[in-house]
Design a protein around this ligand. Structure first.
Ligand SMILES: C[S@@+](CC[C@H](N)C(=O)[O-])C[C@H]1O[C@@H](n2cnc3c(N)ncnc32)[C@H](O)[C@@H]1O
Length: 285
């Protein structure tokens, strides 16, 4: 049956609210705009638009999945990061606004001229691609242990026209690399597996666990990166690793113990939460 847009939307908002979705209105609007290949402002301007039955069915299927807490980004296949659209799939972590601090810090700390950067655990490729788009003279190697994640990264590399300067490589952290780079950046898995029951269902039940969890209270990947970064960083090279808000002190203590030739600090966000481990490697090891 043909239905008016406003009625379909109201029903969807009711369904999502009843399921306990806090952002019911926004999510319903984003999903309807996605199904109609339009934007949310068009919906507001056309409340009496008659939806073809096929579109109504498609929308209702997405609303049913959202009511089970499947993230909107997986339903639309896209998420914005640093002002750019990125393809996402359940093979990759959905890019987070918090990670923009890592990108801002890399852009501020590294020379604008030719730099070589390694992005470890690239997932959707959001960090590697953004750096390459922002700095046309940089070359970036984007690694991930997951072949499925790298397939998504490759799509984003092509989408943003940086294939000539961003090289995707399947690797376990830094294992296959030799030579030197000016910076290693990474948003590694850092959630303490013990926190799993406390995660929201959208994260816990849908995002890849290999992108979320790390042993040793969430710090195993961070520690491994700190231990091996010196081998690849040029003198004066920079290591930027995203960490959890509670991990500032333990990450700093581990880093100083594991890599005494480097200088480490914690960068915080505007709310004062620890967000980045910043290492300067004065000596190549
Ligand atoms: C937290 S996600 C970050 C994804 C993306 N960089 C972002 O910021 O949205 C961590 C990524 O690290 C990858 N990963 C996990 N263990 C790894 C390892 N040992 N070596 C390389 N990548 C790894 C996961 O597959 C996942 O894509």
């Amino acid at each position: 049956m043909n239905q008016k847009l406003a009625i379909t939307l109201r029903r969807a908002i009711e369904t999502l609210s009843a399921a306990g979705i806090d952002s019911a209105r926004l999510d319903a609007e984003v999903l309807l705009a996605h199904v109609l290949h339009t934007d949310r402002s068009w919906l507001f301007a056309h409340p009496d638009h008659i939806l073809p039955p096929k579109k109504t069915t498609q929308f209702e299927q997405l609303i049913a999945r959202r009511a089970q807490f499947e993230p909107v980004a997986y339903l639309t296949g896209e998420r914005e990061f640093f002002g750019l659209p990125f393809f996402v799939s359940p093979a990759v972590l959905i890019p987070r606004p918090e990670t923009e601090l890592l990108v801002e810090t890399a852009l501020a700390r590294l020379p604008k001229t030719a730099a070589r950067v390694l992005d470890v655990g690239t997932g959707s490729g959001c960090i590697a691609v953004t750096l390459a788009v922002q700095r046309p003279a940089w070359r970036v190697i984007a690694t991930d242990i997951s072949a499925a994640a790298l397939a998504v990264a490759r799509k984003n590399i092509r989408r943003h026209g940086v294939s000539a300067r961003v090289l995707p490589v399947q690797a376990d952290l830094l294992a296959p690399f030799c030579g030197t780079v000016d910076a290693i950046v990474s948003n590694p898995p850092y959630v303490n597996p013990r926190q799993k029951p406390k995660l929201s269902p959208g994260v816990r039940d849908f995002e890849p666990h290999s992108a979320l969890f790390s042993p040793d209270a969430g710090l195993a990947h961070v520690r491994r990166l700190v231990s091996v970064a010196g081998r690849l960083l040029s003198a004066g090279g920079l290591l930027l690793v995203e960490i959890g808000a509670e991990q500032g002190e333990p990450a700093l203590a581990s880093a100083r113990a594991l890599s005494p030739h480097a200088t480490f600090a914690i960068a915080r966000d505007l709310a004062g939460r620890a967000r980045l481990l910043v290492g300067e490697y004065r000596h190549s090891l």
